[in-house]
Design a protein around this ligand. Sequence first.
Ligand SMILES: [Zn+2]
Ligand SMILES: [Zn+2]
Length: 141
Amino acid sequence: MPKTITGGCACGAIRYECTEEPIVSAHCQCRGCQHFSGTGHMSILLVPADAVTVTGDPKFYESPADSGSTTRRGFCRNCGSPVIGKSSGMADVVFLPAGSLDDPSQFEPAVAVFTERGHAWDHLDSGLMKFPAMPPAMPGE
Ligand SMILES: [Zn+2]
Ligand SMILES: [Zn+2]
């Protein structure tokens, strides 16, 4: 039985539940994730979109990604917490920010992507599989 993943924003206006295991968990150092997180990278779980139920009304900020896809980053319009991300390049997957999980220790990163955009001060676990850009098997950012 896959463990249900639950989480939401800081103020509780937005909640989500995911009934499937993550496809992959990653740190992403792309510029979009730097802006959205306010620091060196986003830590995200990629999960099947149809396994996720969102309650509340996130606001989405849309931006073009390096791959040509459009990334939509959803955040709470009250407290500003990032809660969900989507990419037009892979419609059947959504991203959940690790810090929004009710139990952030459920995040088990395996890979780091867009490491060519990473900064010297943003150290990641040296044991991670690293990709300078987006690996072909992952949704385009
Ligand atoms: Zn909120
Ligand atoms: Zn990113």
